[in-house]
Design a protein around this ligand. Structure first.
Ligand SMILES: NC(=O)c1ccc[n+]([C@@H]2O[C@H](COP(=O)([O-])OP(=O)(O)OC[C@H]3O[C@@H](n4cnc5c(N)ncnc54)[C@H](OP(=O)(O)O)[C@@H]3O)[C@@H](O)[C@H]2O)c1
Length: 246
C-alpha cells in the first residue's frame, strides 16, 4: 500500500499495536484517527502526540460502530484506510460452564466488530484514492493456544473472513490486507494477570512495527510477521508441541 498521504482510522489505538501503528503512520505523513474506550488514555495520547485525532468508541457495540462511521465521514471525508486492530484476549476453562457474556464480548470485539465496520466503510472507501482495509489477525489463526480457545477461534474466523472480503471486493479498488502478528510485548490479555502492568512477553513492539511496515510497503496482502510465519507454515501439525509450552 501507499504509506503516506492517507487518512487512517485505527480501532484500538489506546495501547500496543494500534498506538504503535498510529505513531509510525504519523511519521510517514498520514492523518491518523484512533479509537478506544478509555477516555483517560485518549486524552493523554492527544496531549502527547500533536495532530493525532481521537474518538471514544466501543467496537463491540453496533450503534457505536454506525455512529463512528458517520462521525468519520462527516469530519474526515478523505478517510481511505481502515485498520481493524481492536481486540481482547480472554482465557477460558472449558471444563466448567462458560459465562456467555464473556464469550459474546470477545466475539463481538474481535469478529463482529471488524466484519460490520468493514461493511460500513466499503461503500465510502470505493469512491476514494488508494483505499485499504487492514485486518489484524494473529499467528494463532492457524494454530490455537488452547487456553484462550475463543480468542483463537475469532482470529481463525477473521483469517477466513479476510479471504472472502478480499474476493468480494476484488472488482473495486479496495485492497484488503491481513497482518498476523506473532506474540508481541503489549498489554493484551492484561485482564487475566494479577499485575496488570505485567506483559505477556513477545517480541518488542518496535521490531513488530518495522517488519509489518516493510510488508505493507512490499505490497503483501497476507503478512504473517516474525514467528507467525512458522505458525502459518506448520499449522495444526505442531498443535501438541505448541500447547505443551503453556
Ligand atoms: N500482542 C500480541 O501478542 C498479539 C498477537 C497477535 C495478534 N494481536 C492482535 O493485535 C491487536 C492489538 O492488540 P495489542 O497486542 O496491541 O493489545 P492491547 O495493547 O491490549 O491493545 C488492544 C486495543 O484494543 C482496544 N479495544 C479493546 N476492546 C475494545 C472495544 N470494545 N472497543 C474499542 N477498542 C477496544 C483497546 O482500547 P480500550 O481498552 O481503550 O478500549 C486497546 O487500544 C488485537 O487484535 C490482537 O488480537 C496481538
Amino acid at each position: 500500500m501507499q504509506i503516506n498521504g492517507n487518512t487512517i482510522l485505527i480501532t484500538g489505538g489506546t495501547s500496543g499495536i494500534g498506538l504503535a501503528f498510529a505513531e509510525e503512520f504519523m511519521k510517514h505523513g498520514n492523518t491518523v484517527i484512533i479509537t478506544g474506550r478509555r477516555q483517560d488514555r485518549l486524552d493523554a495520547i492527544q496531549a502527547r502526540i500533536p495532530g493525532i485525532v481521537v474518538k471514544n468508541s466501543d467496537i463491540a457495540d453496533a450503534a457505536q460502530r454506525e455512529e463512528l462511521v458517520n462521525w468519520v465521514y462527516s469530519n474526515y471525508p478523505s478517510t481511505n484506510v481502515l485498520i481493524n486492530n481492536a481486540g481482547v484476549q480472554l482465557a477460558m476453562d472449558l471444563s466448567q460452564p462458560v459465562d456467555p457474556a464473556r464469550v459474546y464480548a470477545e466475539i463481538n470485539t474481535n469478529l463482529v466488530g471488524p466484519i460490520h465496520l468493514g461493511s460500513l466503510f466499503a461503500p465510502h472507501l470505493a469512491g476514494l484514492q488508494n483505499p485499504v482495509i487492514i485486518n489484524v489477525t494473529s499467528g494463532l489463526a492457524w494454530i490455537p493456544a488452547a487456553f484462550m480457545p475463543v480468542y483463537c477461534a475469532t482470529k481463525a474466523a477473521m483469517h477466513s473472513f479476510t479471504l472472502s472480503q478480499r474476493w468480494q471486493l476484488r472488482n473495486t479498488n479496495i485492497q484488503v490486507i491481513e497482518i498476523a502478528p506473532p506474540s508481541v510485548d503489549t498489554e493484551l490479555g492484561h485482564d487475566r494477570r494479577e499485575d496488570k502492568t505485567q506483559s505477556h512477553g513477545g517480541i518488542p513492539i518496535a521490531e513488530f512495527i518495522k517488519e509489518a511496515m516493510a510488508a505493507l510497503i512490499n505490497g503483501e496482502l497476507e503478512a504473517p510477521i516474525g514467528d507467525a510465519k512458522n505458525l502459518r507454515a506448520k499449522g495444526e501439525t505442531i498443535f501438541e508441541a505448541f500447547n505443551s509450552r503453556f
